[in-house]
Design a protein around this ligand. Structure first.
Ligand code: HEM
Length: 511
């Protein structure tokens, strides 16, 4: 009896020591004086994948209330750092920008332009920096910089004015024929033509079936290009592709082929003395870039940069304008206020222009509140650390996966007081005549630091001008009894549920 008890005791302590050893061996090494970020207990093999559910931004915001701004979870066996709180995120992405500027090496990202994307590839060294500078310069030159051949302030203004008028005509046709419309399907065509004109000038196809089918299916991209895609954490899933992953692959292939064709045509009649668009600027650079300083880009790689610019410029701006129309029909009194401001400042005799922005603070405040309240880009694109570092006293090793919860920043009770109220007025100064700049800088939707969005100014101007022109002329509504559902559908960009019942009526007779 005593012998068997002793054997049991020995066995139990051996098992205990073994478990203790395994647990210790699993714990990452942490330098003396520092600690690992805290986080909830996770299942072996699965980690927190089930906890994250369908709305990871909401779950992680809740967890940050318990564990703080720097917390750690695991997806599968990959540890993921989750950052919340504007001060902590600024510290990481701005003050320690070089440490946090990497992108993780993900399977799903290799499916985007064969892994050559500037935005989604893991490179964050001098070649990425040179490509980013090049993309930024070409983008600025053919969007927000002034167009010497036109009376408008810049290329963007020219394109948006033309497309906003065309959109108004299409909406009126839809109203006459069907009596209502789905705003997303209408807006996406207009935004595609604006970014298409900046990327390709006259060569962008006017209304081909191929183009329309691609631009109406960007959800095949955004549903899978998410920070929490299981295929990136459980490699075995690559061999059992889900329908969503197959749609993602097919979309990427079609998109690249479509862009490649236009770029090829462009190359055929390329004249380096007459550069009219972003593709032309990039092709010219291919000729003169130097291999020595990493700024040379082979011609085949142009398609990946155009893919980054066209894709980002299409989906995000469409989503923002489409959300705006939904909030307008849900909040008719806010719509009236914007229109009163437009009537007072601009009247009806001329079209709004970009230089009116400062005189239209309520419209600006409305757009900021759309960004904040919908937070339709809930996370930055995933980041990774480029070297061992520390944050708020926690040790974070090199190549560590990082999520940045923009949704949490935009709904932080401490900053906003009533984060769930849709209240554009919060962004106005006390006398209501200007934007409260300090508060507006607390909205986080374009990321921060070294990877901050390169299209931020263009996007803000484009959304402003589209909305100003549309709202000067049209009043948007839904018929009585139609419920407008604004529950976001999670993705890289979150969409509102589709609604086919939106209506638009002219506010005055248009000549
Ligand atoms: C409302 C509209 C937009 C929103 C909310 C938005 C948001 C973002 C966010 C959150 C990121 C990731 C930043 C990070 O990792 O910290 C990003 C990156 C990027 N955006 Fe935007 N974006 C918008 C419009 C645009 C437009 C119009 C363009 C170009 C035409 C553009 C081009 C890019 C590119 C190329 C990157 C990758 C930068 C890099 O990896 O270095 N975006 N954007």
């Amino acid at each position: 009896m005593a012998l068997s008890q002793a054997t049991e005791l020995l066995l139990a302590s051996t098992v205990f020591c073994l478990v203790f050893w395994v647990v210790r061996a699993w714990q990452p090494w942490v330098p003396k004086g520092l600690k690992s970020p805290p986080g909830p207990w996770g299942w072996p093999l699965l980690g927190h994948v089930l906890t994250l559910g369908k709305n990871p931004h909401l779950v992680l915001a809740r967890l940050s209330q318990r564990y703080g701004d720097v917390l750690q979870i695991r997806i599968g066996s990959t540890p993921v750092l989750v950052l919340s709180g504007l001060d902590t995120i600024r510290q990481a992405l701005v003050q320690q920008g070089d440490d946090f500027k990497g992108r993780p090496d993900l399977y799903s990202f290799t499916l985007i332009t064969d892994g050559h994307s500037m935005t989604f590839s893991p490179d964050s060294g001098p070649v990425w920096a040179a490509r980013r500078r090049l993309a930024q310069n070409a983008l600025n030159t053919f969007s927000i910089a002034s167009d010497p051949a036109s009376s408008s302030s810049c290329y963007l203004e020219d394109h948006v004015r033309e497309e906003a008028e065309a959109l108004i005509s299409r909406l009126q046709e839809q109203m006459a024929e069907v009596g209502s419309f789905d705003p997303y399907n209408q807006v996406v065509l207009s935004v595609a033509k604006v970014i298409g004109a900046m990327c390709f000038g006259q060569r962008f196809p006017k209304e081909s079936e191929e183009m329309i089918s691609i631009i109406r299916n960007t959800h095949d991209f955004v549903e899978s290009a998410i920070s929490t895609n299981p295929v990136d954490f459980f490699p075995i899933l690559q061999y059992f592709p889900t329908p969503a992953l197959q749609r993602f692959k097919a979309f990427n292939q079609k998109f690249v082929q479509f862009l490649q064709k236009i770029i090829q045509e462009h190359y055929q009649d390329f004249d380096e003395n007459s550069i009219q668009d972003i593709t032309g600027a990039l092709l010219k650079h291919c000729k003169k870039g130097s291999r020595a300083n990493g700024s040379h880009i082979p011609r085949e790689k142009i398609v990946s940069l155009i893919n980054d610019i066209f894709g980002a410029g299409l989906d995000t701006v469409t989503t923002a304008i489409s959300w705006s129309l939904m909030y307008l029909v849900k909040n008719p009194e806010k719509q009236r206020k914007i229109q009163e401001e437009l009537d007072t400042v601009i009247g009806r005799a001329r079209q709004p222009q970009l230089s009116d922005r400062l005189q239209l603070p309520y419209l600006e405040a409305f757009i900021l509140e759309i960004f904040r309240h919908s937070s339709f880009v809930p996370f930055n694109l995933p980041r990774s650390t480029t070297r061992d570092t520390t944050l708020n006293g926690f040790y974070i090793p090199r190549k560590h996966f990082v999520f940045i919860n923009q949704w949490q920043v935009n709904h932080d009770q401490k900053v906003w007081g009533d984060p769930f109220e849709f209240r554009p007025e919060r962004f106005l100064t006390a006398d209501g005549t200007a934007i409260n700049k300090t508060l507006s800088e607390k909205v986080m939707i374009f990321g921060l630091g070294k990877r901050r969005c390169i299209g931020e100014v263009l996007a803000k101007w484009e959304i402003f001008l589209f909305l100003a022109i549309l709202l000067q002329q049209l009043e948007f509504s839904v018929p009585a009894g139609v419920k407008v559902d604004l529950t976001p559908i999670y993705g890289l960009t979150m969409k509102h549920p589709r609604c086919e019942h939106v209506q638009a009526r002219p506010r005055f007779s248009i000549k």
